[in-house]
Design a protein around this ligand. Structure first.
Ligand code: PSU
Ligand code: MN
Length: 304
């Protein structure tokens, strides 16, 4: 399909044409997920991690209205410096950013859309959006979940962050037919910690098993993606009770300030980092690198 708005980096276009492994990476984690300069350093380290693990990285964003699959170091630095000034772009926002020739940092949902346009099937990030705590009143459910229901991309993440309601997020994913795979784990990891009170749908211990399941799903034209939940490395994990305490107080501050909608997740991420004096940020960086390595191995296996 010829898409007049899409710019695929020549290296990535060639790799896709030759059936080589490519891993998509999002840009809202750069602009809204981490502070500058750690965001830029991390984004570049994640790209290097993908290369070291045998795949080709494609960081995705919208720049001057162009849908970009594959960013240069300058472009990544620019987005990182823009920080919260960059437009957080989910599915609904894409046509407006394109039509006004604006810059947009892509969320998990919109990164999946652009990856799919380019034919990339594996995507690594830190955390996905989900059903927020208190969603029975706020109805705050991330567009990421709708995207997972309809777009053919596997998202490797560190499970579900406890700023979200893990149980409700799993129920929603079940309804939408999105499988949650645990990599070498039976329990759903909770981002900063390796475990939660919930189980994954399927435990798979090898990247090739994951690639085989994805192939089977898409060969049958079962639409939608999958979540590959990869626990944070042991040495970087934080205790569930410590982080829950911090998250609870961040949510209270958010409610007191009347913050809602698309501003919620960035507010909570920044508050948690502030309240843990950067400890959560260190954990976040470690788990993203870990996810990039696993996504690369899955992408390599998928190409076999
Ligand atoms: N969770 C994180 N870090 C992030 C995000 C979520 O731990 O950076 C970002 C991702 O880009 C995700 C988006 O797609 O937040 C979800 O936002 P919302 O809840 O508004 O859908
Ligand atoms: Mn939301």
């Amino acid at each position: 399909m010829l898409n007049p708005y899409l710019d695929i980096h020549p290296d990535i276009e060639r790799a896709i044409a030759e059936g080589k492994p490519v891993v998509a990476l999002e840009s809202t984690i750069i602009s809204h997920g981490m502070p500058y300069p750690q965001n830029v350093e991390t984004a570049l380290r994640v790209e290097q991690k993908v290369r070291d693990s045998g795949a080709i990285p494609a960081t995705i964003a919208i720049l001057k209205g162009r849908l970009k699959v594959g960013l240069s170091e300058e472009e990544i630095t620019y987005l990182g410096q823009q920080g919260l000034k960059a437009m957080k772009t989910s599915r609904r926002d894409i046509p407006f950013i394109v039509a006004t020739k604006g810059d947009g940092a892509t969320t998990v949902a919109s990164t999946m859309i652009l990856a799919d346009m380019a034919g990339i099937r594996v995507f690594a990030t830190g955390g996905i959006g989900g059903v927020h705590r208190g969603a029975e009143n706020s109805l705050d459910i991330s567009a990421d979940l709708e995207e997972l229901a309809q777009t053919k991309v596997a998202v490797v993440c560190a499970g579900i962050k406890s700023i979200l309601d893990l149980g409700l997020t799993l129920e929603y994913l079940e309804t939408k037919g999105v499988p949650v795979v645990g990599y070498q784990t039976d329990t759903l990891p909770a981002f900063y910690s390796r475990e939660s009170a919930f189980n994954v749908d399927y435990r798979l211990d090898a990247p090739q098993q994951i690639a085989d399941a994805l192939k089977a799903k898409w060969a049958m034209s079962l639409e939608g993606g999958a979540i590959i939940a990869n626990p944070i490395p042991k040495e970087h994990a934080m205790a569930n009770e410590d982080i829950d305490h911090v998250i609870q107080s961040a949510i209270e501050e958010m409610d007191a300030q009347g913050i809602k909608g698309k501003a919620s997740t960035p507010f909570l991420l920044a508050k948690v980092a502030e309240k843990t004096q950067g400890e959560s940020l260190k954990a976040n960086i470690a788990l993203v690198l870990n996810n990039a390595a696993l996504a690369s191995k899955i992408a390599v296996a998928y190409c076999n």
